[in-house]
Design a protein around this ligand. Structure first.
Ligand code: FPP
Length: 250
């Protein structure tokens, strides 16, 4: 446990799991070896979030841009997802995890899509942790698909254009029913968002670490949560205003 008061634990954590390839290369292994090791780190992150009382964890498993990787790596990643789905869903369900895939799922082949849909349906009523796995996801794609839904509602006469505001558009974003994104973590030493949760990250705190994803264990996540809990979130207000309305964690 972190010892962080429950109120200061991030409600929603998103992670760009970067560094699998370099981790494998350092061991003279193929990149798929690193992705496999990354799967173990996913387990650790899920277990930590359950223990700490985090409500939602969103993982960037495959971006819209990842299709450009060598075909054998894309194939290995797809196999890994299938194997992970076959092996882990029972346990996730037992833990009370609600599993959801976010992104343009239409690009995946039918058997994989069916597995994803059935895992989502099976775990839909669980409420211990919402685990969102972003696949063929891009933050810009998400904003575009939400805008399309808004345009469709206008075209049907269900909505006036001036009724579209942030709250309304937000209802059509992929993670509309997740708690606000509090903590955005990227492993592997790069300090960029890479088209992950652009809309949702508006007020997130960012945490960048050089640790490669397969090495990002429970102690690392604990460190990130503790770092987050020490920060003052002002949402545009002054520090004095914040101090008057919230309990500070030192
Ligand atoms: C980025 O590292 C990682 C990915 C593109 C794949 C992430 C996938 C997993 C961790 C597999 C397990 C996930 C689930 C949900 C079962 P990289 O390959 O870009 O690393 P590099 O920057 O060192 O090359």
């Amino acid at each position: 446990m972190t010892g962080v008061p429950a109120a200061a634990v991030p409600r929603h954590i998103a992670i760009v799991m970067d560094g699998n390839g370099r981790w494998a290369k350092a061991r003279h292994q193929p990149r798929s070896f690193g992705h496999n090791a990354g799967r173990k780190a996913v387990r650790e992150a899920v277990e930590s979030c359950l223990r700490e009382g985090v409500q939602a964890l969103t993982l960037f498993a495959f971006s819209s841009e990842n299709w450009q990787r060598p075909q054998d790596e894309v194939g290995a990643l797809m196999n890994l997802f299938v194997r992970a789905l076959d092996k882990e869903v029972d346990e996730l369900h037992g833990y009370g995890v609600r599993l959801r895939f976010v992104g343009d799922l239409s690009a995946f082949d039918e058997p994989l899509r069916r597995r994803m849909q059935s895992a989502m349906a099976r775990t839909a009523d669980n409420d211990k942790l919402q685990l969102n796995v972003a696949v063929n996801y891009g933050g810009r794609w998400d904003i575009v698909q939400a805008s399309r839904q808004a345009a469709t509602a206008v075209a049907r006469g269900e909505l006036q254009p001036d009724q579209i505001d942030e709250a309304r558009l937000g209802q059509w974003m992929s993670l509309a029913d997740a708690p606000p994104l509090d903590l955005f973590i990227r492993t592997g030493g790069e300090t960029r968002i890479s088209n992950f949760l652009l809309w949702q990250a508006a007020y997130a705190e960012f945490y960048f670490t050089d640790t490669l994803w397969p090495d990002f264990d429970q102690a690392c996540l604990r460190g990130a949560i503790e770092d987050y809990a020490r920060r003052e979130r002002r949402y545009g207000r002054t520090g004095e205003q914040v101090a008057a309305t919230t309990v500070q964690v030192s």
